[in-house]
Design a protein around this ligand. Structure first.
Ligand code: BGC
Length: 345
């Protein structure tokens, strides 16, 4: 016999009307909770829509087509073009025209290996403002480096418009969201413009876990700065970056935003992997601290709050206006107005 008829029988006997009412309330409450569970949405529903929005036209001849994928073999696990440790040069006389003429297989900032299907499609994202010479050295070294790794890649330079305080992390969120309008990249490399890799065995591909590519740099004796350091150059898959809601948008000025991303990663129980120290070496092109990028004095305070703020401060709250997208021969130049710090209003 069912629960309800039994209860009614008991109630009819007039012994326990109150008990009946109580039971009905409990049943109604249980039903309400379970239906709540069914309609619960991911906090990132809007973000998903952006990530899956229609693709903008990237140089289509460079995009691996379905026929190409079936006709060509996949590139070997280890590229035969790798050379290991490289001697880097920084000639003051180098020009953009020269770098362009040396990289004619790069079209609209994008490259796709001619003879095999790349194992990963990688978007290199560079937060940028007023570092022309650094960008030139970067392009000069990085294009041949990435081609030797047989990657399908594009270089995106995300230029912060105006002269309010620099916001590296928000520019990288913009880069991720905009690059996904071009192509469904497997992997995103977040890259400072002044760091040049010294060894092409340092592979610009993503792993099962978020990857930090800078173990050492010339300016700090090639030592890892501290155990949790995640700055300079790091790589995450689309899914890994989505899972942590990207970078915070609220770090204006120098410092802290890379530590915030590491905390987000730890909160998702992911771990950071690094290539061996002898491979993950970089040369930092010398510069003084830029004006407009003063140390962020609030960073420690912000970092303490990350476990409470990460869900609402990130990709899903990144508001900006694109002022231009220029497809230069060697990079895609995105200029964005990303607003200003809240206390500056
Ligand atoms: C800052 C990081 C920076 C690191 C290394 C830390 O104190 O919070 O943003 O990358 O120092 O310079």
């Amino acid at each position: 016999m069912g629960v309800l008829p039994t209860l009614f029988k008991v109630a009819r006997r007039g012994k326990c009307l109150l008990l009946l009412v109580l039971c009905l309330c409990v049943l109604a409450w249980i039903a309400a909770i379970s239906s709540d569970d069914v309609v619960k949405e991911s906090p990132f529903e809007d973000l998903k829509a952006i990530e899956e929005s229609p693709r903008r036209e990237l140089e289509s001849e460079m995009i691996p087509s379905v026929e190409e994928q079936t006709l060509k073999e996949s590139c070997p696990e280890r590229s035969p073009l790798l050379r290991g440790a490289l001697k880097l040069t920084f000639e003051a006389s180098v020009t953009l025209e020269q770098v362009e003429s040396e990289n004619q297989e790069v079209v609209g900032g994008q490259y796709n290996p001619a003879d095999c299907v790349a194992r990963q499609s990688v978007a290199i994202l560079i937060p940028y403002r007023n570092r022309e010479k650094h960008l030139l050295y970067f392009l000069y070294h990085l294009h041949p480096f990435l081609q030797r790794q047989q990657l399908h890649y594009a270089i995106y330079v995300i230029h912060q418009a105006g002269d309010v305080t620099f916001n590296r992390a928000k520019l990288l969120n913009v880069g991720y969201l905009e690059a996904l309008k071009d192509y469904n990249w497997d992997c995103f490399i977040f890259h400072d413009v002044d760091l040049i890799p010294e060894n092409d065995e340092n592979l610009y591909v993503c792993e099962e876990q978020p990857k930090h590519l800078v173990v050492g740099r010339n300016s700090t004796g090639y030592k890892l700065r501290y155990k949790g350091y995640f700055g300079g150059v790091s790589g995450m898959t689309k899914d890994q970056f989505h899972l942590v809601n990207g970078f915070p948008n609220t770090y204006w000025g120098w410092g802290g935003e890379d530590d915030d991303l590491r905390i987000r990663i730890q909160l998702q129980r992911m771990t950071i992997v690094r290539p061996p120290a002898e491979v993950a070496r970089y040369t930092m092109v010398f510069h003084k601290r830029d004006s407009g990028n003063q140390v962020n004095k609030d960073r420690m305070l912000l970092l303490r709050r990350t476990p409470q703020t990460w869900k609402k401060d990130g990709l899903n709250s990144c508001s900006y206006n694109i002022l231009s997208v220029n497809r230069e021969p060697l990079y895609i130049n995105i200029t964005a107005d990303i607003g200003q710090p809240e206390h500056a209003h």
